[in-house]
Ligand binder design. Structure first.
Ligand code: ANZ
Length: 829
């Protein structure tokens, strides 16, 4: 027979699968369901090795659940709005649409050869009006509920690219990750989604995902939300009618608050400065400008030299009536808590550094001791704040209480006096969703001449993006859509009133926050998704993708899912039951990139080695969470393994051994080996131990080859049984080779929909052996143990034997020699 030829095999099966469409799931099946989703790709160029890896792992899981008898939904789409398309368009003068859809076509062609088990009937592109119409629907639902709103606020502004930047895009030195320019703050009116209303639920529901999501991701989500419990304390400021609240996690230390600090970029600071002397006003203005050049990250760096300006005002400490000075300093952030703090220098290092620099009083209110009970040195002398636990002093009614009790008691006292209360603060900010760019979903809002707003009528959706022709797409701080006058002007046919469309487009994270639901009803033009389908398929059983989405994408999807739940469209509240984050594909330890010139091209690897060998290599390289160094793997090795596996089926076919005959009389040793594989594979796949499954397949191929060559011979039913098990399990990693093996074994396509046989328990029983235990050369016991016993197990079984213990008596064991599984020999003195 001809040898294993991956090209011929690919050419043989692709058209068959095209015809069969085996992965299109039907609506009328009563089998249990699994929804397996890979994070959808962005269409920038062709697929790369990172895609190859991610889609390999997701596909292993999708194919696995089919083999376990489930209906599996495994769809694919494109996250096709966004800046790269727009920037390419500006650079090359092409239409962003053309660029985007040409890339999608190229990726589709590569996917076809790579053959993930997608349901192609549900493909979606977020830049299609049929998709983004429902982004607009979602926006209007949020607007109705008060969850979408507009406000003016300070944003990070890149003056070169003329665009708003997320905090994560501002580097620690204050420059833009995009252009390298110094980022400035600019006040802009923007659209926000009120995600902060959901902070508690987003945090608390993470507990349900424990053990199902990587703990690193759970912690990143927790830190991002950043819930902090404490109190809000109101301070009177002399000469100001309204009191000023501060947020503190340590209300117990109120008696030690010796000054107040407000964020220079807060409204309060501006107000207080405006009432100060001209000299202070000038100092403050200069300081504010300096502050606005700092990033939030820099401002939070505790080691920085403290700076600040006295605002010429005094506050009154509500617990002791003391006058305390009010300062402005950049270590206090405007948009955390209330943008103002009570400073307790004795017990907070930043406050202490500030107090020592500006010669402000330091008062210890907590007696903190070291392990030996010795009092720690005075912070004013040592420069080290007392941040540990201790007993309250100098604090009136709190004196003598331990820290935790004092926190509770102080809140009680504040509440009684009406000057404070328990409070919770979050790091999470509302989600800024508007962009002043072209290639995105238009925001479906109309603005009237008098500044009033009205939502676009549902029946007029989608608000389609106008053609980019004639529009200047270059970033300039206002949306290019504003210049599309004809598009932007809407005249009310009844009143004749003229309205202007909102020119901004939505953050593409809106598109990806709910796309998993659109797959359920991808071709339905009457609704975003069918709630009944969501009930049937949702939530996602298995989500797979890169750790770069550990925070924002997952958080936004979780948020929108909860909103849709509250609106009555979904029964579940968490979209992704289990999450797998694959590692990266590196080359020689470095991230691959065009600019570094170390790019391994997916397309050429695919041409040279075929889909199966690439997938097996990726799966075999190590645990899926780990990075893979392409310099360390052997695609040739994978190809050799596939050829060896395939040859077994080829040999069975040549032997003429009948299909469907009972395996019962087959070679017992080989049958046991096969059934151990069948028994172990499910648990291994479900624990994401794909590399172990591949190793077990390699072992099974070797053992089967040995049985053919020097054991039972190729015609033995156990050989066919093994070959079938190999084909079924191998189909997770090498769908082409497995399909070809399946055909050689006399079956119809497709192996992908065949349910795996269950391991026969009678074949899983372990062989037992008799182990002899000697003490000082004399046989003292014979133990019956599994043949697979380890040295450590054998030794402890020997030591546990009563007869052996009697023989040892009170002598000392000086040496134990273990030869598993036959003998344990103990020497005493
Ligand atoms: C008095 C105090 C005494 C504080 C003490 C700490 C220790 P987390 O845990 O991160 O929530 N703070 C409050 N608002 C702030 C702002 N806008 N910018 C910078 N710092 C701010 O931190 C809460 C603590 O951070 C608060 O508790 C406050 O300082 C400070 F021994 O109040 B504390």
């Amino acid at each position: 027979a001809e040898g294993y030829d991956f090209r011929a095999i690919q050419d043989r099966w692709l058209p068959v699968w095209d015809e069969l469409k085996p992965f299109e799931v039907s609506r009328d099946s009563d089998r249990p369901t699994k929804y397996v989703l890979d994070m959808f790709p962005y269409p920038s160029g062709d697929l790369h090795m990172g895609h190859a890896e991610a889609f390999c792992f997701g596909d292993v899981l999708a194919r696995y659940w089919r083999g376990r008898g489930y209906d599996v939904l495994h769809p694919i789409g494109w996250d096709s709005f966004g800046l790269p398309a727009e920037n390419a368009a500006i650079k090359r003068g092409v239409d962003p649409r053309e660029w985007t859809y040409a890339n999608i076509d190229q990726q589709k062609a590569s996917f076809r050869a790579y053959a993930p088990s997608f349901d192609w009937s549900r493909v979606l592109h977020t830049s299609d009006p049929e998709y983004y119409k429902w982004n607009q629907w979602l926006f209007l639902k949020m607007y109705e509920k008060g969850l979408a709103y507009r406000k003016a606020s300070w944003v990070n502004w890149d003056p070169v690219d003329q665009t708003v930047l997320a905090n994560e895009q501002v580097l620690a030195d204050g420059t833009s990750e995009r252009s390298g320019a110094i980022v400035v703050k600019k006040k802009l009116t923007q659209w926000y989604f009120r995600i902060t209303d959901y902070a508690d639920r987003l945090l608390d529901d993470l507990d349900q995902l424990e053990g199902q999501w990587p703990s690193k991701v759970l912690n990143m989500q927790r830190n991002w939300i950043g819930r902090s419990r404490g109190a809000e304390v109101e301070f009177e400021i002399e000469g100001r009618a309204e009191k000023v609240p501060v947020f503190t996690t340590r209300p117990d230390t109120l008696h030690g608050a010796t000054f107040m600090v407000v964020a220079p970029d807060s409204d309060l600071a501006a107000e207080l400065a405006s009432g100060a002397s001209p000299e202070v006003r000038m100092q403050f203005q200069a300081y504010l400008e300096q502050t606005q050049k700092q990033t939030e990250i820099e401002r939070q760096n505790a080691d920085r030299e403290k700076t600040g300006v006295f605002l010429d005002h005094f506050a009154v400490n509500p617990v002791n009536g003391e006058r305390i000075p009010v300062w402005a300093s950049d270590y206090v952030l405007a948009d955390y808590g209330h943008g103002a703090i009570m400073a307790v220098p004795a017990h907070d290092q930043r406050d202490l550094d500030f107090a020592l620099k500006f010669e402000l009083p330091v008062r210890v209110v907590l007696d903190v001791r070291d392990e030996d009970g010795a009092r720690l040195p005075d912070p004013a002398e040592s420069g080290v704040a007392l941040v540990g636990d201790g007993t309250l002093v100098n604090s009136a009614e709190l004196d003598g209480l331990a820290k935790t009790d004092a926190i509770a008691k102080s809140i009680e006292v504040l509440e009684q006096r009406g000057t404070g209360r328990a409070a919770t603060t979050y790091r999470l900010r509302d989600w800024l969703i508007s962009r002043q760019r072209y290639w995105g979903t238009p925001i479906p809002i109309l603005h009237g001449a008098g500044g009033e707003m009205k939502p676009v009528d549902q029946s007029s959706l989608p608000v389609e993006l106008p053609s980019s022709e004639g529009l200047d797409l270059k970033p300039k701080g206002s949306s290019p859509l504003g210049a599309a006058t004809e598009w932007a002007t809407v005249v009310d046919p009844e009143t004749g009133e003229s309205w202007t469309r909102d020119p901004d487009t939505m953050d593409t994270f809106v598109d990806s926050s709910w796309y998993y639901l659109r797959f359920l009803s991808a071709n339905d033009d009457t609704q975003a998704f069918d709630p009944a389908e969501a009930k049937r398929w949702g939530p996602i059983d298995q989500y797979a993708g890169g750790v770069e989405h550990a925070i924002l994408h997952l958080l936004y999807s979780r948020f929108i899912t909860k909103v849709l739940h509250d609106l009555g469209y979904l029964e579940f509240e968490e979209p992704f039951t289990a999450l797998l984050n694959q590692g990266m594909v590196l080359l020689d330890g470095a991230k691959m990139s065009k600019s570094k010139g170390n790019l391994v091209e997916f397309a050429s690897e695919l041409r040279e080695h075929g889909a199966d060998a690439l997938r097996v290599t990726l799966a075999f390289a190590g645990p899926p969470e780990d990075d893979i160094d392409w310099a360390d793997v052997s695609v040739q090795g994978s190809a050799k393994f596939l050829a060896r596996a395939w040859r077994i089926a080829d040999d069975v076919q040549s032997s003429g051994a009948p299909v469907g005959a009972s395996f019962a009389g087959g070679d017992a040793a080989l049958r046991k080996h096969t059934h151990h594989l069948l028994g172990d594979a499910p648990g291994l796949v479900e624990a994401y131990k794909f590399n172990v499954v591949v190793a077990r397949l390699m072992d099974q191929v070797n053992v089967t080859r040995k049985a053919i060559d020097s054991g039972c011979g190729v015609a033995d039913p156990a050989v066919r049984e093994s070959a079938e098990a190999i084909a079924l399990i191998l189909s997770l990693f090498a769908p082409y080779a497995a399909e070809d093996m399946w055909a050689k074994l006399g079956h119809e396509p497709t192996v992908a929909l065949v349910e795996w046989p269950v391991a026969d328990p009678s074949l899983l029983v372990e062989d037992e052996v008799t182990m002899v235990v000697q003490v000082d050369g004399k046989v003292r016991d014979r133990l019956t143990l599994p043949a697979s016993v380890t040295e450590a197990e054998a030794e402890s079984a020997a030591r546990a034997s009563a007869a052996v213990q009697r023989a040892i008596g009170d002598r000392e064991v000086v040496n134990v020699v273990v030869r598993v599984p036959k003998i344990v020999s103990i020497a005493t003195k």
